[in-house]
Design a protein around this ligand. Structure first.
Ligand code: PRP
Length: 212
């Protein structure tokens, strides 16, 4: 079949690393490596079109079919629960979703816990699972300062190296879920472009095996 495979990649370091995996799998598009501010690149010979999008938007492009496949963090998939297929754990972009609080924090269960986060759904689900009453304070960034300023008691956020927490005198009190980058597919693309997508999945799975 002569169709192009549309691939949404998360802009940034993770996306570049993932592109290298796709390239090794045969889906190459060298122009993407040139330093430019272009966002769309295609290689008609290899039948691929890549585009750089904001990491948290990849799932939207894939769910609505603007992209056939893409790479999204498990955090985004858990938060927005898009109606797409999760095909592979790419074992990169590894971090965890955690609850953090100022050093020495003790939970007063007689009071509603104030939780600052960008990940309201993940936080709601987690606290519902442990039966704790909470009040979500939805922020868009710099979550770490919320407990320092008394805006919240704890935060739910991504922890990678732990440096951000440390520098703001916070510590992890609970890990909610491990996070990594996932290869995702639009449901109808998976049916209609199955040959291309299956070939890509097979090649990338092989690469991942070689590294373990
Ligand atoms: C995340 C998270 C923390 C930081 C943790 O932000 O919100 O601020 O990374 O990393 P560390 O444990 O290695 O210090 P990210 O860089 O993804 O960007 P954001 O601020 O846009 O969420």
């Amino acid at each position: 079949m002569d169709t192009m495979l549309n691939i949404a990649l998360p802009k940034g370091r993770l996306g570049e690393r993932v592109y290298d995996m796709f390239e090794r799998a045969g889906f190459f598009c060298p122009a993407i490596k040139e330093n430019s501010r272009k966002l769309i690149f295609e290689n008609t010979a290899a039948k691929v079109r890549y585009f750089w999008v904001k990491p948290s938007d990849v799932a939207i492009y894939v769910e609505r079919g603007a992209a056939d496949i893409g790479v999204a963090g498990k955090d985004i998939l858990l938060e927005y629960e898009p109606d797409i297929y999760e095909l592979l754990d790419l074992k990169t972009g590894i971090c965890r979703m955690a609850v953090a609080a100022p050093a020495g924090f003790r939970d007063d269960t007689a009071r509603t816990l104030r939780v600052a986060t960008k990940f309201a759904n993940i936080a709601q689900n987690y606290y519902a699972s442990v039966g704790r009453d909470i009040d979500i304070i939805h922020l868009n960034g710099s979550i770490e300062i919320a407990p320092i300023l008394g805006l919240s008691d704890v935060i739910v956020d991504i922890v990678e190296t732990g440096t951000t927490l440390k520098e703001n005198h916070l510590e992890v009190i609970e890990t909610i879920v491990p996070i990594s980058a996932r290869l995702v597919a639009n449901k109808s693309s998976y049916k209609f472009k199955y040959t291309q997508i299956a070939a890509l999945v097979r090649e990338i799975a092989l690469q991942l095996e070689e590294h373990t």
